[in-house]
Design a binder for this molecule. Structure first.
Ligand code: FES
Length: 148
């Protein structure tokens, strides 16, 4: 074996050092690139989104699901029936939740309260009502879509 083809201790350590530096740089840069890489999620889906069958949202219950880039809140009440809203609060974009005891949609961040019948603001700092989504039942499946 000639002398040049032998791996020296120094060469081995340099190779390991290069691998560690490269993997460290990749670990540092990957989240930055991922943050700026355009997502292929639509802002608002152009097609209806299925929630499940008719029993998937029980009376007084709710379901939060992904609707395009943002979550949606589907509520089923005896008085109103099935309604759906964007789950993004109009104040500072916290995610709102349905409270079956108070029968209001609540934002936990700054105590914003919304009316489940039309998404209007009952009290708190939100400046506008929740964005209402269209709900339909087709072939025993609950579908939601953006209002056009
Ligand atoms: S973010 Fe909802 S009340 Fe402030």
């Amino acid at each position: 074996m000639d002398k040049k083809s032998r791996l020296t201790r120094r060469g081995f350590l340099k190779t390991i050092q290069c691998l560690l530096v490269t993997s460290g740089l990749l670990a540092f840069l990957a989240p930055i690139v991922a943050f700026f890489w355009p997502s292929n999620l639509e802002q608002v889906p152009s097609e209806p989104v299925s929630i499940g069958d008719e029993g998937s949202v029980p009376i007084s219950g709710s379901k939060t699901l992904r609707f395009g880039r943002y979550p949606a809140l589907v509520i089923n009440t005896e008085e109103i029936g099935l309604v759906a809203y964007s789950a993004v609060c109009t104040h500072f974009a916290c995610i709102v939740k349905w409270n079956p005891e108070s029968k209001m949609i609540e934002c936990p961040c700054h105590a914003g309260f919304f009316d489940p019948s039309d998404g209007s603001v009952i009290s708190g700092p939100p400046p506008a009502p929740l964005e209402k989504l269209h709900v339909s039942i087709e072939k025993d499946m609950i579908l939601i879509r953006a209002n056009t």
